[in-house]
Design a protein around this ligand. Structure first.
Ligand SMILES: CC(C)(COP(=O)(O)OP(=O)(O)OC[C@H]1O[C@@H](n2cnc3c(N)ncnc32)[C@H](O)[C@@H]1OP(=O)(O)O)[C@@H](O)C(=O)NCCC(=O)NCCS
Length: 211
């Protein structure tokens, strides 16, 4: 069964063996992060990293962190429909790293891990609030994220382009009235069942069944 697994599930020695087989020639820094920092950061409650596993191989990883949209980030806040007068930073989720191991690039694993990040953002919204999924995309990955519904926020600077996806408000009351939202939540549950994420699917099952 394919799975998306948080690094908290691995011992140091198991993780060392997993990393040995990982390759990222396009961006060695992404490999180095996985090798030297990801497990420690995960266990310290910092950036949370998840591996994509299938056929007993670990094929890619994504790291996530909670973040905020500052009061002076006017354009993004307006695009998200946050009222002008709200004097607080608003909660969001950020993809801090995404990397697919060389032999498995171009097989939709990057797409699946990005969908997982979106599901994690809706889960975060349900528990503690989240109104956008953000990524500082490398220039060469902008069209990848664009295909997945991310919008460009600022001009590319130093090879980095700030992008975001709206994490719309998902409330049980609306989900049961709006067929497109209901379908999205049902797709999330299917995704969670496919990739062995029972903790996440519970949140969406609750949204579907609550009055
Ligand atoms: C970018 C990356 C995450 C994409 O993951 P992937 O599993 O190879 O991509 P997918 O198979 O899910 O591709 C989805 C779509 O994006 C396109 N795509 C994939 N990589 C792309 C790239 N680097 N640039 C532009 N488009 C890309 C695919 O052609 C595909 O398009 P299609 O649906 O029209 O066929 C992966 O190639 C990678 O790890 N690259 C090196 C590290 C990196 O750039 N990470 C992003 C940091 S912000």
């Amino acid at each position: 069964m394919p799975s998306i697994i948080g690094l908290g599930a691995f011992s140091n020695s198991d993780f060392k063996n997993i990393v040995k087989k990982f390759e990222c020639s396009a961006d060695p820094k992404l490999f180095e992060y996985l090798k030297y920092n990801a497990l420690g950061h995960h266990k310290q409650g910092l950036f949370q990293t998840y591996l994509f596993q299938d056929d007993e191989e670990y094929k890619g990883y994504i790291s996530l962190a909670s973040t905020q949209i500052a009061v002076d980030d006017t354009e993004l806040r307006q695009t998200l429909g946050v009222s002008d007068g709200l004097p607080y930073p608003i909660p969001a989720l950020k993809i801090t790293r995404l990397c697919i191991s060389d032999p498995f690039k171009g097989k939709s694993i990057g797409t699946l891990l990005t969908m997982f990040a979106e599901i994690a953002a809706y889960e975060q919204q349900n528990k503690i609030g989240c109104r956008a999924l953000l990524v500082d995309a490398k220039e060469k990955a902008v069209s990848f994220y664009g295909k997945l519904g991310f919008n460009v926020l600022d001009d590319t600077e130093d090879g980095i382009c700030r992008m975001f996806k709206d994490i719309e408000s998902l409330r049980s009351k609306d989900v049961n009235r709006k067929p497109e939202q209901k379908e999205m939540v049902e797709d999330f549950i299917d995704f969670c069942n496919t990739f062995n994420l029972p903790h996440f699917s519970k949140t969406f099952e609750k949204i579907l069944t609550e009055e």
